[in-house]
Every structure is written in C-alpha cells, then in structure tokens.
Ligand binder design. Structure first.
Ligand code: SF4
Length: 415
C-alpha cells in the first residue's frame, strides 16, 4: 500500500464510508464548490448527521478504518477484487482526527466502520482500540457509533458495546439466499447470532444499571442494522417482513435501507441499474408505519401490489393501504379509536393525539382537522366530522387520482 498522509487517507476512507446508510441521507443533487465557485458542497464526505438518543441532530466524523478487505462481497466497492485505491488509518490516527475535529467544533462524535484486514478479530481489536482510547485515554464524552464484525470474538464485540453509544451489525441483504449469493463469506446464522448476543448484553446491562449505579453503561443508544435494497430479487414485502422480524427479535433501534448503487468495476452478478431512490423512501415510510403508526407488518405488506410484492412509488404506503381497504373508511374523527385515526392518510401521530385530546371537550368540525394537516382536500375522503360526511367518495373509481400528490407537491404521508 502506498504511503499516504492523513489528509489523503481521510479523502479515501471518508468517501468509502459513504455507502454505509446508517447515518446517511440520500437523494439530493450533486453540487460542489471545489474550484473556488460558490460556497458549500453536497458531495464532500466525512461528516454526516445522525440523531442522538435525546433526538438532537448531531454531526459525526464518518470514516472507515480501512477500505482494504479480505472478503469479496459482490455489492461492495471495497471488496478484495475491487480496483480501488486503498488506505488504512492506524487506531491512533483515527483517535487524533476525532479529537482535533471535535475541538474545532466540526463534529460531535464518530461513526467508525472498516473492511476486514487480516482477520475479523484483528479488525475488531483495532476498532475497539479507537473507542477505548477515546474514552479512557482522552475522556471523550462525544457520541460513538461502531460497526461491529459478526465473526469476531464475542468478547471483542462486547468491548465495543462498553465504549460505544450505538453498535450496528449489518444483515446486508434482506434474504438468506441473497446473502449467500452476493456475500458468500458471510453467514446469516453468525450475523443473527451476534445480534442476539448484543441484544442480550444490552438488556442485561441496562437492567444492571437500574439496580446498581456502578454498573457499566452498554450501548445506551442500542443497536441498528442496514439492508441493501435492489441488489437481489427481494420484494418490498420480503423486506418489510424481514425488518419486522429483526425489530422483534433483536429490539433494534433502527433498520436502515440503502438503495443499491452501482459501483465502479461492478461484479457481473449485480443488476446494471440502481433501484429508484423513491423505493428506499417508501421502505422508510413503511418502517415508520410499523414503528409509530401501529401497523402490523402484514398490513404494510398488504399495501404492496399483489402480483409484484412491491409498494407503489407514486403514493406513500399509508395512502396505498387506505385506497386498497376503502371499506374501512370514512373514519369518524369524533368517535373512532386512535388506531383507526392513525390510518387516515394525511393525519400524523401528532395530529391524531391532538384530535383525541380535543374531542374530549367538544365535537370536531372539518375546519378543526384542516388546522392539523397539510391539505384537508386529501384527508376529506377518508373522514367524517360533525359538519362533514363524504358522499360515496371512497367508492369513486378516480379516488386515487384525486388524492395522489402532484409530483411537485410534498408527500401526502403526514409528518
Ligand atoms: S466484508 Fe464489508 S468491507 Fe469487506 S467486502 Fe464485505 S461488505 Fe465490503
């Protein structure tokens, strides 16, 4: 490997980390001020934003320890057979970079992942050493998110949890068949075993912390995972079911969906085209429905097309579900249970909470609802208020076109 200075390594290893969606946002246009024109850039890598356990949006230095890897996962730009420029930080270099960025107020924490060098244990030792040194040698109190390696010794993975706020283990593909085909050196059993161990340790140490003040904190921001979307044949229905199982079994804080993006020098087994970014967005919305709107996974899956198993791209899954199950509507805002109000397209959780509180004191009118939603025209077909009852609106053949947002408008899906 050529001798590189820290700045060159940072350029390579921050760029290599951009494929990890765990704290990334995607879908913006590419703009750059390199060359002296303008101010700011959407292309530069290295600092990303994530949400802290208290809901604050924080900036993280997002890098790989190295983009060299002994594995050859087909979808990964850092795979062994990829022809990319390689770089590797020492643990001490990452520590010093984090501290210097932190002192300059550029970041509030670190997101660290890595390709696998020498062995899973060796790599995990290096990752843990970064976190240990930051916490113990420098009393670093900022946020740390570590990607852990499922094949590493469980004790090393445990050490990661003792130093990090959040740990993540990627399931990579939504199905075991997809994983076997595209990442043959990885094992779904080992990945899920590591996630199970992590869940056990998080539960045990959070219980211990409640009883003993001196118990160590362990991954207080929990664990998360990432799935690549569109690299295999998994449908949205498959992905929704898998995500729901992962939430239930491992009590994950988040499942991240990363639309597969073609990489330079792609493997022949990969699709030539990336899936529409809107697909990733619809999956995040379906995830939101399960986590905050009390939809069961089979209900979200029912919003998908029966033949293809895919969620519609032109409308959000909540609206798709409502259009498919019109017999459940209209819903009376003055009487309906909270769970049915949450199914009204255009009503978000906050709006529903406000309705449930306000209707204790008085009967709600359509004008009351209009103050709680972006567009009352889109909500009207699905609800009854004291002065409003839709006349067979949910029976209209053209209802979908009436409520589908025009392309320049914001989503009907409520905030
Ligand atoms: S193990 Fe990780 S870094 Fe290595 S090829 Fe697979 S996905 Fe890429």
């Amino acid at each position: 490997m050529a001798q590189l200075d820290v700045r060159e390594k940072l350029a390579i290893l921050a760029d290599a980390a951009k494929y990890d969606a765990s704290c990334a946002s995607s879908g913006t246009t590419r703009r750059s001020s390199a060359g002296g024109k303008g101010l700011g850039s959407t292309e530069g890598m290295g600092i990303c934003h994530a949400y802290a356990p208290d809901g604050r949006c924080i900036s993280l230095l997002k890098i790989l320890l190295t983009n060299s890897c002994v594995f050859d996962c087909h979808y990964c730009i850092n795979r062994k057979s990829s022809n990319v420029r390689r770089a590797r930080f020492t643990a001490e270099e990452v520590v010093q970079l984090t501290l210097s960025f932190y002192r300059r107020n550029y970041i509030e924490g670190l997101f660290l992942s890595s390709g696998i060098i020498r062995s899973s244990n060796y790599t995990m030792e290096q990752i843990v050493e970064v976190a240990r040194s930051l916490r113990e040698d420098h009393d670093f109190r900022g946020y740390i998110h570590l990607k852990t390696i499922p094949d590493a010794d469980p004790e090393l993975v445990h050490q990661a949890g003792l130093h990090a706020d959040r740990v993540s283990i990627n399931v990579e593909l939504p199905t075991t068949q997809g994983l076997t085909r595209l990442a043959p050196e990885k094992s779904a059993v080992r990945i899920e075993g590591a996630m199970g161990d992590m869940r056990g340790a998080i539960d045990d140490l959070s219980d211990a912390k409640k009883r003993y003040k001196s118990a160590p904190r362990f991954a207080p921001a929990g664990q998360s995972t990432q799935m690549i979307v569109g690299a295999d044949a998994a449908t949205d229905g498959d992905i929704v079911r898998r995500a729901s199982t992962l939430y239930d079994r491992f009590r994950l804080r988040r499942v991240y969906y990363s639309a597969f993006s073609p990489i330079p020098h792609p493997s022949a087994v990969l699709p030539l085209q990336r899936p529409p970014l809107m697909r990733e967005h619809r999956l995040y919305q379906s995830d939101w429905l399960m986590r905050f709107y009390d939809y069961r996974p089979d209900e979200v899956v029912a919003a998908a097309d029966d033949a293809t198993g895919m969620l519609p791209l032109d409308i959000d899954p909540k609206l798709a579900w409502a259009l498919k199950f019109r017999d459940r509507f209209p819903v009376d805002v003055n009487r309906a249970p909270r769970e049915m109000l949450l199914r009204v397209p255009g009503l978000g959780v906050k709006a529903v909470n406000s309705i449930v509180t306000a209707r204790r004191w008085r009967q709600l009118r359509l004008s009351d609802i209009s103050r709680l939603t972006v567009s009352v025209a889109k909500v009207r077909p699905f609800l009854i208020a004291v002065d409003w009852r839709p006349t067979l609106l949910t029976d209209r053949a053209d209802l979908r076109s009436l409520v589908t947002p025009r392309s320049e408008q914001l989503e009907l899906f409520a905030a």
